[in-house]
Design a protein around this ligand. Structure first.
Ligand SMILES: [Zn+2]
Length: 487
């Protein structure tokens, strides 16, 4: 927190008399001591004044605004000269700061790739462990401005469901969780915590089981067959749940026609571009597939036709640029926050792989296609996918996703719109979260600087409001320092 904010707060406390009439936000009452430790502001009424607002709709940033938060909701937003500050409000003068909606992370797992693989080497091969990160990741998501996540696959299903419940109950700090099922994977599974489906009947039974346990979405994976996918979609849609997929054996077009709701990782993952593609078989990632896509510009008939199919079938696309960046010729910068959060072992594993990784392809064209999909009216979502070689972690990865979109040609407000309102739309939560508007829940991120002109300023998080409670990012980050990747 900056000196300016603290100074102004104390003034408000003295002159506003807030210390004596301190009324708490409704959510504050249920928070355990373990959560309260990280709370900076829990006043019932808070006014953010002289702040730049990026409202999440994609509209340009507005200068010199006041946002009034009351009882966990946004009560007013407008020009500082015209918005009245309610009596007894805690006033935070945020001159030089920007507020935008809490990030709705749509590929935000609660696990991390283990630095040592099953061959005991620090190089991840096919035999890879995944490790639940129940302690560190919820804190890092919240600290870095991510107030809602979809987990987009689970490796410890009951840990994810309990985390969701315990965060909702105020027992531990973290974002709002939309829990996705374990991987629904067909024959050819290569991951230890994953059940391999034996056919459509098993797919139906397994989907019913996880839905009964409380998952609200399904994640289908690389070797699922069309018949299995169809069963999962059928179970999900009968219950009002959604299905997403990191697909390979099923093409995006096939999946759209079967009724899938979302496809993960961007256009280069679609095996439909592979000249050797056979039905229900996941082909190895080939230079031929990349070459086909490399040669197609966004206006080409083939790309426009895929956009049309996806949009007509209401299929969203999730952009997960940070996980791809590690494998691309555009080398990722080292982020100090990430290095500080990793355990020494995880840090060493990441640094070794980072320099020994052969670069695959440039990401530039993939980002261009995602941008064109958005412009064509497609629902583009965003999330970091904290897997890969271990350099992408909760929260920091969500910020990096915003930076990469902007480097690839999105405007800053467009990128923020994708990462906030679009996620809320997909989750059918957009009447409550995703934009800064009167009546919405106060899930907000306050950063110093101006992300509308310098996107990297999204990293300067000073306060994160969830349900109108202001959390202290520095404290949350300090509480997990050196712990990501510890077993
Ligand atoms: Zn993933």
């Amino acid at each position: 927190m900056s000196r300016t904010i603290s100074a102004i707060c104390s003034v408000a406390l003295v002159f506003g008399g807030a210390r004596f009439i301190h009324a708490q936000a409704p959510e504050a009452g249920k928070l355990s001591a373990a959560v309260r430790e990280f709370v900076k502001y829990d006043d019932a009424t808070i006014a953010l004044t002289h702040v730049r607002v990026i409202d999440g709709t994609g509209s340009p940033a507005r200068e010199n605004q006041t946002v009034v938060i009351r009882e966990g909701k946004i009560e007013a937003v407008g020009d500082t000269r015209s918005v009245a500050i309610p009596a007894g409000a805690r006033v935070l003068d945020l001159n030089g700061h920007t507020v935008f909606p809490g990030i709705v992370g749509m590929h935000d797992h609660l696990f991390y790739p283990q630095p040592i693989n099953m061959e005991g080497r620090r190089v991840r091969g096919v035999l890879q462990f995944e490790q639940q990160s129940s302690f560190t990741f919820p804190r890092l998501y919240l600290a870095n401005g991510v107030t809602s996540i979809r987990t987009t696959a689970s490796v410890e299903p009951y840990a994810d469901l309990n985390l969701k419940a315990w965060i909702d109950e105020g027992k531990i700090p973290g974002p709002k969780i939309h829990a996705t099922s374990p991987y629904m994977e067909g024959k050819g599974n290569f991951r230890l915590p994953v059940h391999e489906l034996t056919g459509p009947e098993d797919a139906r039974k397994t989907a019913e089981f996880w839905a009964d346990q409380g998952f609200t979405s399904f994640k289908c994976f690389m070797h699922i067959t069309r018949a299995e996918l169809k069963e999962v979609i059928d179970v999900a849609h009968k219950r009002g749940l959604t299905v997403t997929g990191h697909l390979c054996s099923v093409t995006w077009r096939e999946a759209a026609e079967l009724g899938i709701d979302d496809v993960e990782h961007g256009f280069y993952v679609d095996s439909g571009w592979d000249p050797q593609k056979k039905p229900d078989v996941c082909p190895p990632r080939s230079p031929a597939r990349n070459a086909v896509l490399d040669s197609l510009n966004p206006d080409s008939l083939q790309i426009q036709e895929l956009f049309r199919v996806l949009i007509e079938h209401h299929v969203a696309v999730t952009s997960t640029l940070p996980v791809g960046e590690a494998y691309s010729s555009d080398h990722p910068p080292l982020q100090q926050g990430v290095l500080d959060a990793l355990s020494p072992q995880a840090q060493a594993g990441y640094l070794v792989q980072r320099i020994t990784q052969p670069p695959l392809v440039s990401m530039k064209h993939g980002i261009e296609l995602e941008h064109a999909f958005l412009k064509a009216g497609g629902l583009l979502l965003a999330g970091p996918d904290p897997t890969g070689i271990g350099g992408v972690i909760a929260g920091y990865g969500d910020q990096r996703q915003l930076e990469l979109m902007v480097e690839g040609g999105f405007t800053s407000v467009e990128a923020i719109h994708v990462a906030t309102e679009n996620g809320a739309v997909f989750l059918k939560e957009n009447d409550r979260i995703g934009t800064i508007a009167v009546g919405k829940i106060a899930d907000l991120v306050v950063v110093s600087g101006d992300p509308s002109t310098r996107i990297a300023d999204v990293e300067n998080v000073e306060i994160v409001f969830k349900d109108g409670i202001g959390y202290d990012p520095a404290k949350l980050i300090a509480s997990v320092r050196g712990m990501v990747g510890l077993r």
